[in-house]
Design a binder for this molecule. Structure first.
Ligand SMILES: [Zn+2]
Length: 123
């Protein structure tokens, strides 16, 4: 296994100490405190070796998460499809109800207008 914390590498490429592999892993997985994270970020800007290591770790992390991610996506899709279908039924029901109410209102309005017009004319 590569040791990217090599002391010689430190002297060659960086002025600061390289974080441990565990620290870099914690950084990739977002487990560090904001202060620690800032320190690692500062170091990554200076240290090509560590930034490459972090890139590698990030890729590994994503690979590990792919099955979980796919499962989540599938569940999300199914839930969305189910809720969309249910919502569509609701929309159809309320649309019908709204149309019926509007038609009744128009009939009442027409009746009221006709009644008003007739009584007005007879006066
Ligand atoms: Zn480093």
């Amino acid at each position: 296994m590569d040791n990217f914390m090599n002391e010689e590498y430190n002297d060659l490429f960086t002025t600061t100490q390289c974080p441990s592999q565990q620290q870099l892993l914690d950084y990739v997985q977002g487990r560090l405190t904001p202060e620690q994270q800032h320190e690692v970020e500062m170091h990554l800007a200076d240290c090509e070796l560590c930034s490459e290591a972090v890139e590698g770790l990030a890729t590994i992390k994503q690979k590990e998460q792919i099955p979980v991610w796919l499962q989540q996506m599938r569940n999300q899709m199914l839930r969305k499809l189910r809720s969309r279908k249910r919502r569509k039924d609701h929309v159809a029901y309320y649309t019908q109800l709204a149309i019926i109410v509007i038609v009744i209102l128009f009939i009442l309005l027409a009746a009221f207008w006709a009644y008003h017009f007739i009584t007005h004319r007879s006066l």
